[in-house]
Design a protein around this ligand. Structure first.
Ligand code: GSH
Length: 219
């Protein structure tokens, strides 16, 4: 059964799933959502009226929510890289960390982006202030958690690192990870050097002018 992914190359959650697909070299068709392909937008909305992307399509089946998509890929289209460990307790740690990056890094970052997208300076400032406060809490916790680890859950690359990649990428653009967090900065660099994520970042490069807070000249 052939796979298709509806999403946008510059979207953080789309990238989270692209990383999982690239890690295992899983064949799929990318169906970009945007003004250049209104047919994809219409199909996406029909498949998932809650208007969130990405959406994975496997034959007749629509799979939504990035963590579920990654777990689905491992169940239905497994490859050599296991993103969910076989040991249930280790898998629980991975799921917790995946939730951490989505809820405590991606969500505040999105709030800043959404505020800026309104075009209202007051909402832009409010979104940014919210993000800065929440991201500082997350950065502080991660600095301690990541000490002595290569990847989020230890020595093995997992789904948590897929979630970390794009959330920390855009979080740093929104509220810079200060030099006082050397462990977290080094982890972000390792994520960026991973070929699966480097590929996703390069594919999204042409869209950087879309970042409403202004894309910095790095990464
Ligand atoms: N919890 C969802 C979040 C998906 C999400 O927020 N996607 C963004 C794109 S990065 C989106 O659909 N934005 C459009 C909107 O919120 O209207 C997941 O993990 O798939």
């Amino acid at each position: 059964m052939s796979l298709a992914l509806y999403g946008h190359p510059f979207s953080s959650y789309t990238q989270k799933v692209l990383i999982a697909l690239y890690e295992n070299n899983t064949p799929f068709e990318f169906r970009g959502i945007g003004p250049d392909s209104p047919e994809h937008t219409a199909q996406w909305l029909q498949r998932w009226p809650l208007r969130k992307f990405p959406v994975l399509v496997d034959g007749e089946r629509n799979v939504v929510e990035t963590s579920i998509i990654i777990e689905y890929l491992q169940l239905a289209h497994p490859g050599p890289v296991r993103l969910l460990p076989a040991d249930p307790m280790t898998a629980l740690d991975v799921r917790f960390l995946d939730r951490f990056f989505d809820l405590h890094v991606m969500t505040p970052g999105q709030r800043a982006v959404d505020g800026a997208l309104t075009g209202d300076p007051a909402r832009r400032d409010e979104g940014r202030a919210f993000a800065e406060e929440k991201l500082e809490l997350a950065y502080t916790w991660l600095e301690g958690h990541l000490a002595g680890k290569t990847w989020a859950a230890g020595e093995v690359y997992t789904m948590a690192d897929c979630a970390a990649s794009s959330s920390l990428f855009y979080a740093d653009w929104t509220h810079r990870i200060a030099p006082t967090y050397p462990v977290l900065r080094a982890y972000r660099e390792r994520l960026l050097a991973r070929p699966s994520y480097a590929r996703a970042v390069n594919e999204a490069r042409p869209y950087r002018p879309l970042f409403p807070l202004g894309a910095p000249d790095r990464d």
